[in-house]
Design a binder for this molecule. Structure first.
Ligand code: GH3
Ligand code: MG
Ligand code: MG
Ligand code: MG
Length: 312
C-alpha cells in the first residue's frame, strides 16, 4: 500500500502476498463528521495513491474498523453519535490489535491530548493540517507500521514467518474454505534426531542446520506454498488449493531434496532427514488447532514407523 518511493529498502509488499489477501489493511480510515475536512484529507491522500475511506459518524467508523482493519485511522473527537474517546476504548477491546490511531481535533487542550494518549492513540494532530505534512506523516507511519508487523511475524533465526503468523494465515484460509470451498493442506515437518546434531556438533551447527533446512525448502517449494517455523526443529508448509495427495507428493519431493543436501559439521559433513505429517482441511477440522493436531498425529505415525517418511 505504499508508493514505490516510500519503501526505503523495506520488504516489498510482494514479499507478503498473504497479508494483502488476508486482511484488507491497506486502507486509511477517516472518521470525521466534518465533511469538508474529511474530503480534504481524502483528496490529498488519494492523489498520492493511498486508499482512503471516510465515515461521518462513530458507529460507521467502528464498523469499518472491524471490517477493514485499516492501516491507519484518523479520528475526530466530537462526532454526532459515539465520541472519539469511546471509539478508542472499543478499539482497545480488540484482542492482539496494533491499530494506529491518530486523533485529529481542533480542540488540542491538555486534557484531550492526555486522554487520547492514555487511551492508546498514537498521535494527536491539531486541525487544520497542511497537505505536505499530512503526506509525510502518513508515509512515516505506514513505513513504521510495516516494519513492526514484519518483525512481529518473523522468526529471528530462520527469517521465516513464525507460528503466530501461521495461525493468522490458517484462519484466513479457513474463511476462504467456508466461503468458497477452497481446499488446502498443511504438512508439519520435523527433522529426525535433531538432538543428536546438537549433541555431536554443538548448537551453533544445529542453528546452521535449521537455517540451511529453511533455505533449502524455501528455494525448492512451490511459490504459492508458505513455510513457517512452527517451533524448534519443526516447520509447517501451508499449501493453498492443494489436496492431501498432492501435498504428499510435494513433501516426498522435498524429502528427497533435503536428503541429498550435505550439511557442514565441524570437520566432516553429514546428511539429515525429516519426517512429516499431512492434514487436509475438511468440515470437521475447521480450526487451526484441529488441523495442526491432525497433521501432528500423522507426524507421530511417521516417527514411530521409522522416520524419514511422509504420512497422510
Ligand atoms: P525426533 O526424530 O523424534 O524428532 O528426535 P529429535 O531429536 O529431532 O527431537 P527432540 O524433540 O528430542 O529434540 C529436538 C531438539 O531440538 C531439542 C532442542 O534442544 C533442539 N532445538 C530446538 N530449537 C533449537 C534451536 O533453535 N537451535 C538449536 N540448535 N537446537 C534447537
Ligand atoms: Mg467533529
Ligand atoms: Mg520435534
Ligand atoms: Mg525432531
Amino acid at each position: 500500500f505504499f508508493e514505490k518511493n516510500v519503501k526505503r529498502g523495506q520488504t516489498e509488499e510482494n514479499d507478503l502476498p498473504f497479508i494483502k489477501r488476508s486482511k484488507q489493511n491497506n486502507f486509511i480510515l477517516v472518521i470525521d463528521d466534518d465533511i469538508v475536512f474529511a474530503s480534504y484529507i481524502k483528496n490529498i491522500l488519494e492523489s498520492k495513491g493511498f486508499m482512503v475511506i471516510v465515515a461521518h459518524n462513530g458507529k460507521r467508523g467502528l464498523e469499518l474498523i472491524y471490517e477493514l482493519n485499516p492501516a491507519l485511522v484518523f479520528l475526530d473527537i466530537k462526532l454526532p453519535d459515539i465520541n472519539g474517546f469511546s471509539i478508542l476504548e472499543n478499539i482497545n477491546k480488540i484482542k492482539s490489535n496494533h491499530m494506529f490511531v491518530t486523533i485529529m481535533s481542533v480542540d488540542d487542550s491538555k486534557g484531550n491530548r492526555a486522554k487520547a494518549y492514555d487511551l492508546g492513540a498514537l498521535d494527536f494532530i491539531k486541525k487544520p493540517l497542511d497537505a505536505d505534512i499530512l503526506i509525510s506523516y502518513v508515509r512515516n507511519r505506514l513505513v513504521f507500521k510495516q516494519a513492526l508487523e514484519l518483525s512481529i511475524m518473523t522468526d529471528e533465526l530462520t527469517q521465516l514467518y513464525n507460528r503466530k503468523y501461521m495461525n493468522t494465515q490458517l484462519e484466513f484460509l479457513m474463511e476462504q474454505f467456508e466461503k468458497r470451498g477452497e481446499q488446502f493442506s498443511i504438512a508439519i515437518a520435523d527433522i529426525d534426531f535433531f538432538k543428536n546434531i546438537n549433541d555431536t556438533y554443538g548448537h551453533i551447527v544445529g542453528d546452521e542446520v535449521l537455517k540451511g533446512f529453511s533455505n533449502l525448502i524455501m528455494s525448492a517449494k512451490r511459490e504459492e506454498d508458505i513455510l513457517f517455523r512452527f517451533g524448534g526443529e519443526e516447520f509447517v508448509l501451508v499449501m493453498p488449493n492443494t489436496s492431501k495427495n498432492t501435498a504428499f507428493s510435494i513433501m516426498e519431493r522435498l524429502r528427497t531434496i533435503v536428503g541429498k543436501q550435505p550439511f557442514k559439521g565441524n570437520e566432516q559433513s553429514f546428511n539429515i532427514t525429516f519426517s512429516s505429517g499431512i492434514a487436509e482441511i475438511n468440515h470437521q477440522n475447521k480450526h487451526p488447532k484441529a488441523l495442526v493436531e491432525q497433521a501432528d498425529q500423522a507426524l507421530y505415525k511417521a516417527k514411530t514407523s521409522g522416520r524419514n517418511q511422509t504420512v497422510l
